[in-house]
Design a protein around this ligand. Structure first.
Ligand SMILES: NC(=O)c1ccc[n+]([C@@H]2O[C@H](COP(=O)([O-])OP(=O)(O)OC[C@H]3O[C@@H](n4cnc5c(N)ncnc54)[C@H](OP(=O)(O)O)[C@@H]3O)[C@@H](O)[C@H]2O)c1
Length: 321
């Protein structure tokens, strides 16, 4: 694919042509999110080709994907996905800032010492300031606590999130990977302070249904909180990527976050069944897997990862298939 640019980026004039089908309301809020959002955990780091990252984000925005999901530690190296986003903000998206919904998170290990992870006020405040600098933003649209910290008083973490909104550094608050009981406490605490919880981010796909089994999805739906599913393709397992082996350029080949022992005979049997089911609906395996997540009551959006424009284009078609 030719990534060379001939001039400044000009977004497609057709980017909102599917307004009616493209977006879901995020819980009981004023925010509409695209049913398919773009995640930058992989493929947008300092180790990845910048022009490919750029092409994927352009394709996304040109097709109405207004939501880009980041975290302080995405890369590698940690922080570099936000730097990529920052470069894109300056060079391509500056004129479109108000059309973008950009999220970041803090919770996992980001810097050395006692203040570089978990849920203290000290860490969350400092981390968000770093994220804003890396992304060349005045504020993020959405800031998440990336994981629940059992050793910090829950009120400290939540009050830091409230204050972040009050300071204008984030417009909305989300939480990710929190257990149900703490999610309920957070919902109440934030509501009482007029900073309602916008969204919960959890892993949900055909192979991992924990948010359903644990009652998180139901709770969010009933409480008017949006739910956004991460790894909806199980990091690529629920696609045709591994049907005939392990491609050298795949996430599994790196053996870090997705290990080759996940490619079991049972998985391949499951994929072949899914392929038959997908073909009957005129879909790819990936589209079938995304359609399943989007069909769950309470799901606002799926955050997909993509290592090529073609993958993202394929995934986006789930909305129209
Ligand atoms: N809150 C959290 O704790 C948390 C945790 C994980 C992720 N997330 C968020 O969720 C986002 C998505 O996570 P994810 O990357 O694991 O999502 P995913 O959509 O389940 O997996 C993405 C990977 O699947 C493969 N793929 C995607 N579309 C494909 C297609 N049409 N055909 C074949 N292969 C395809 C690609 O693998 P290859 O790279 O091998 O091509 C791609 O990198 C992250 O970027 C992040 O924003 C959040």
């Amino acid at each position: 694919m030719d990534f060379s640019m001939t001039g400044p980026y000009l977004a497609s004039a057709q980017r909102y042509e599917h307004m009616d089908t493209m977006y879901n309301r995020c819980g009981k809020s004023g925010v509409l999110l695209p049913k398919v959002s773009l995640g930058m955990w992989h493929n947008f780091g300092g180790v990845d080709p910048f022009e490919r990252s750029r092409a994927i984000t352009h394709y996304a925005f040109d097709h109405g994907i207004t939501h880009f999901d980041l975290a302080n530690n995405y890369g590698p190296p940690a922080g570099s996905a936000e730097e990529t986003m920052g470069k894109l903000m300056v060079e391509d998206f500056a004129a479109y800032r108000d059309e973008l919904f950009i999220s970041s998170k803090a919770g996992y290990g980001m810097w050395d010492g006692p203040y570089g992870e978990w849920g203290s006020r000290k860490y969350l405040m400092a981390s968000l300031d770093q994220s804003l600098r890396r992304m060349h933003l005045d504020y993020v649209d959405l800031f998440y606590s990336h994981r629940y910290d059992p050793n910090t008083p829950i009120e400290e973490t939540l009050q830091a999130l409230v204050d972040i909104v009050r300071m204008g550094k984030a417009l909305y608050i989300g939480i990710s990977n929190w257990p149900l009981e703490q999610l309920k406490l957070a919902t109440q605490y934030l509501k009482e302070r007029d900073v309602p919880l916008l969204i919960y981010q959890g892993r949900l796909n055909m192979l991992n249904r924990e948010p359903i089994d644990e009652g998180i999805l139901d709770f969010c739906h009933e409480a008017g909180i949006g739910f956004i599913a991460f790894s909806p393709l199980a990091q690529g397992l629920l696609t045709d990527r591994y049907l005939n082996g392990i491609p050298a350029d795949s996430r599994m080949a790196k053996e870090v976050f997705l290990k080759s022992d996940a490619r079991t005979p049972q998985l391949l049997d499951y994929l072949h069944q899914l392929q038959t089911q997908a073909q009957a609906s005129n879909r790819t395996i990936a589209q079938e897997a995304l359609a399943w997540v989007l069909a769950q009551t309470g799901v606002t959006s799926v955050i997909v990862g993509a290592s090529s424009v073609e993958q993202l284009a394929n995934n986006l078609q789930v909305i129209f298939s």
